[in-house]
Write a protein that binds this ligand. Structure first.
Ligand SMILES: [Cu+2]
Length: 170
């Protein structure tokens, strides 16, 4: 009996659901790594960080574009250059002070930053940024350093960040 006839005998109707399940399983297994690679497919442009001295704070800015079909959820950032690195959001806070409306800029740590499928999210002064708290050494204009973005799906992205007074041109 050849392999082919064995295969044909297995193709008996009662085996069809089992074979269909096996094929589906193979398809899902081959697709799984694509779905888990959220940060591998994003495009990061215009990255820069403010210069600051050792012990001070700095911030990193960039535009992140998600060309994929799945949302990417940033949940953190790692770097060797600062004691703490966090995703921050700056919000305008309005309050009544002595009968007058007072506006203040506040920033706070956010634990999740969604980059929706097909969209660009901009981290910029006065808005979203990656906060570097307690620099371990000076960040001087012209230097570069590494950060690692972390996503909820387990994917990560290493970024080389130039220190600059503003968004680099080009
Ligand atoms: Cu901040």
């Amino acid at each position: 009996m050849t392999t082919m006839t064995a295969f044909l005998r297995m193709a008996d109707a009662r085996w069809l659901p089992v074979m269909a399940a096996l094929v589906m399983g193979m398809v899902l297994m081959s697709w799984a790594p694509v779905a888990a690679n959220g940060l591998d497919q994003v495009i990061v442009e215009g990255v820069w960080a403010r210069p600051a001295g050792a012990g001070e704070n700095s911030a990193i800015y960039f535009a992140i574009t998600n060309p994929g079909a799945e949302d990417v959820e940033l949940i953190g950032v790692e770097t060797d250059v600062a004691n703490i690195a966090e995703i921050h959001e700056t919000v305008m806070h309005m309050e009544m002070v002595e009968g007058r409306i007072s506006q203040e800029m506040h920033m706070h740590h956010i634990h999740s930053l969604l980059v929706p499928a097909g969209e660009t999210v901009k981290l910029q002064p006065g808005g979203l940024h990656l906060m570097l708290i307690g620099l371990k050494h000076d960040l001087e204009v012209g230097q570069t350093f590494m950060v690692r973005l972390l996503a909820a799906d387990g994917s990560a992205l290493n970024l080389e960040v130039p220190v600059s007074q503003g968004e680099p041109r080009g």
